[in-house]
Design a protein around this ligand. Structure first.
Ligand code: BGC
Length: 755
């Protein structure tokens, strides 16, 4: 039997003749026709999103709530569900919406597909370290294909928050500290998820989150207050959101935090003035999990009624999991507190995205059991995940070319809980990735080489964080494993120690005040070092760590993050030199936690200084200002030299373009990839200017002895910023341009913007 909705569709179709290229007006006519049939309750229902009946990703709802929710679903009081996955589950609920509600409006199903659905790719921070934009787009594409095959039509990604504080656990989920790179990656991820045509069954709607400034919580504590000035907001925080919007992102998610005293969820300034006003965003805004209700503890809303009023009027179109819209909006409209035009606008936006996805044409288009079986976890997807994982690895140190390790004839002692952990490499926000499904480093080393490998755990990890909700501090004090590990290290040619964070030790709600190796791992490292100094430290973690001791003592350090399903294979290929590492950090690594927030594009202060000996300068007494490893830094098994930096002119006008070029030579013995980074310093302006800002980059591959010239065009778009005049513009004066292999590059040429 055809659903009521499909019958309506049929009628409308006769009139409007659907084709792949429906014009906007056809969409508008369809939606306004549908809305003219909707009651206020049904409209409010579209603005309500419920969690599925399992797998909560926020504070858990009360037990026994399922029944009421099924009733709401049947009564047309639900527009969307999250955390419902798999064709069977999705179609069962879609069937209720389509066949049992009065108008049969299909649900939109959202899920956090952050770095893969089932085939898990590296955490987003790791992917950003590849600087390989095509690979990042492809990774999002594969995630979308798998998610769509599982019945889903919407991901709560990409997270495009900019951040500067490694204590914040969610740094793992974004593209690092830089606004320019963050914007390029935001575009790639939106394109990857949404593809060319949103109504294709293999593409899903994306969601730019968290709007805005969620990445600036005070002291790095999750959900905490964000106090940043207007210029930091415009120049650093907003551009990746704007880039996502320009790429056509369908939805935005607001944020848990207050921004300059106003909760983002209740912020008219962010949602109405900037997003829907200045930027003309036509999609919809979903709240974050329960964030409408959280305006009460924020001290901003009196009660639930007030919170719903504030959020709706501010432009939050859909309520994720606070149930306040479905409970309160009808009353608020009747009392005149929320105008019906606010509801109509929100509903139009939500229906618009459903329309773009093609859900009105076929609500079950994402529900194909055959496709689900073949697409998810395919061999090709695993190969792509392996490729992405290799590209994400960053070589931090390699004294005396300890790496790569020979593939046979070596006695390797492998130490560390994480070396044989098939769960942690999946990282946090692992979608529907199966627990314990990652390739371990031990397996990888065995897969790719013929060495004799002795494995010793050494010590258990500090936390027992094995899923999204648990945080059990185990406080291990047991050092009995040290002895065995040291004994095994004694006779080894090379000791590989895999240390760092468990998969759930970074991510939402995982802020830390210490950034060292957790638990007894540092002690284990130092003890083993006393026995055998030939150590390769392989790090697995979701955030920058304090590696000061390791950097001073350990000859080789490889940053491998949480690399996903293919983790161990990717790490082994790099350790054995089958793949020459090319990743570069996208977050500065501090010398100690007292330096954070730490970022390369800082402002100089009136008393710039670097060394701790400079007393009346802006320095620390105990540590240098510079990071241990700067933004953009990463080594290779070969070396690159930069020479002949040149600029096509020493002057530029706002209508001109000048070209900056440099020659890059591979001076080593193996082929390698380098990320050439172009930074610009604006020497002075109507606002104090950063020391330098990334404005371009190129990933290039060079054979041994080969030289290539890299050029970047500089035009007005590279010189503008949000000035004291409250607009995007460039200001005349002196600029310097740098090209190098990391943000610490010194070589530069200057030019003047004359008019
Ligand atoms: C997170 C969001 C996420 C949502 C749904 C929230 O706790 O902040 O990023 O999309 O849960 O899982």
């Amino acid at each position: 039997m055809k659903s009521k909705f499909l019958q309506i569709i049929l009628v409308v179709t006769l009139v409007f003749n659907y084709s792949c290229n429906e014009s906007v007006s056809e969409k508008e006519i369809f939606i306004s026709d549908l809305m003219s049939k909707m009651t206020l309750d049904e409209k409010v229902g579209q603005m309500n999103q419920y969690n599925g009946f399992w797998d909560a990703t926020g504070p858990l709802p009360k037990k026994g709530y399922e029944k009421g929710r099924y009733d709401d679903l049947r009564n047309g009081l639900v527009g969307s569900m999250l955390n419902v996955t798999g064709v069977k589950n999705v179609s069962a609920l879609q069937k209720i919406a389509v066949e049992e509600t009065r108008l049969g409006i299909p649900l939109i199903f959202g899920f956090d597909v952050i770095h893969g659905y089932k085939t898990i790719s590296p955490i987003p921070l790791a992917e950003s370290a590849s600087w390989d934009i095509k690979a990042i787009e492809k990774s999002a594409r594969i995630a979308a294909e798998e998610a769509a095959a599982a019945g889903l039509n919407w991901t709560f990604a990409p997270m495009v928050d900019i951040y500067r504080d490694a204590r914040w656990g969610r740094v793992m989920e974004g593209a690092g500290e830089d606004t320019y790179l963050g914007s390029v990656i935001a575009t790639a991820r939106v394109n990857g998820f949404q593809g060319e045509n949103l109504s294709d069954f293999s593409t899903i709607a994306a969601c730019a989150k968290h709007f805005a400034a969620y990445g600036f919580p005070e002291a790095g504590r999750d959900y905490n207050t964000a106090d940043i000035n207007k210029y930091t907001l415009y120049n650093n925080v907003l551009p990746p959101f704007k880039a996502a919007l320009d790429a056509g992102v369908s939805t935005f998610m607001n944020a848990f935090n207050t921004l300059n005293e106003v909760p983002a969820t209740g912020s008219k300034f962010l949602q109405r003035d900037i997003l829907k006003g200045d930027w003309g965003f036509e999609g919809f805004v979903v709240s974050d999990w329960g964030s409408i209700g959280e305006m009460i503890p924020h001290g901003y809303a009196k009660d639930g009624v007030h919170a719903a009023e504030l959020a709706a009027n501010a432009g939050s179109d859909m309520d994720m999991e606070s149930s306040l819209y479905v409970r309160e909006l009808q009353g608020l409209v009747k009392d005149g507190k929320v105008d019906i035009s606010v509801i109509d606008d929100a509903v139009k936006r939500i229906l618009g995205v459903k329309y773009d996805l093609g859900l009105f044409e076929d609500p079950y288009k994402y529900c194909d059991l055959e496709r689900e079986k073949t697409v998810i976890g395919s061999k090709e997807n695993n190969l792509a995940a392996l490729d992405m994982a290799k590209k994400s690895i960053v070589l931090l140190k390699n004294e005396s070319s300890l790496l790569p390790i020979k593939k046979n004839g070596q006695k390797i002692t492998l130490i560390g809980h994480l070396a044989n952990d098939n769960n942690s490499p999946l990282g946090n926000w692992r979608g529907a990735g199966e627990s314990n499904s990652a390739v371990t480093v031990l397996e990888g080393l065995e897969n790719y080489g013929k060495n004799s490998i002795t494995y010793k755990k050494g010590v258990d990890l500090y936390y027992g964080e094995t899923n999204f909700h648990n945080r059990v501090k185990l406080n291990h004090t047991d050092k009995t494993g040290f002895k065995e590990a040291k004994l095994a290290a004694k006779s080894a040619d090379i000791v590989v120690m895999v240390l760092g964070e468990e998969g759930f030790q970074s991510g939402e709600g995982r802020s830390r005040t210490e950034l060292g190796l957790p638990g007894l791992q540092q002690e284990l490292l130092e003890e083993v070092y006393k026995i055998n100094k030939n150590i390769v430290l392989v790090l697995m973690n979701g955030r920058p760590l304090n590696l000061t001791w390791a950097d001073e003592n350990i000859p080789a350090i490889l940053e491998t993050w949480h690399l996903g399903t293919q983790s161990g294979n990717a790490i082994a290929q790099v350790l054995y030199g089958d793949y020459n590492p090319s990743g570069k950090l996208t977050m500065s690594f501090p010398r100690n936690v007292g330096q954070v927030p730490l970022y390369y594009n800082y402002k100089k202060t009136g008393r710039p200084g670097a060394s701790s000996a400079e007393v009346t300068k802006s320095t620390y007494a105990d540590v240098e200002n510079s990071p241990l490893y700067p933004f953009g830094y990463g080594l290779s098994y070969t070396n690159f030299t930069y020479s002949e930096l040149s600029l096509s002119s020493k002057e530029i006008t706002r209508d001109d373009t000048i070209v900056v070029s440099v020659k890059i030579t591979n001076t080593g013995k193996v082929k390698g990839k380098e990320v050439a980074q172009m930074y610009i310093r604006d020497h002075y302006g109507s606002l104090a200017r950063p020391v330098k800002e990334l404005k371009g980059f190129e990933l290039l591959e060079l054979n041994p002895g080969e030289t290539k010239e890299v050029s970047f065009e500089i035009d007005n778009s590279k010189l503008v910023y949000y000035t004291a005049n409250d607009r995007w513009e460039s200001e005349t004066g002196k600029f310097s341009v740098f090209i190098g292999g990391d943000s610490d590059v010194k070589d530069n040429k200057s030019f003047d913007l004359i008019n």
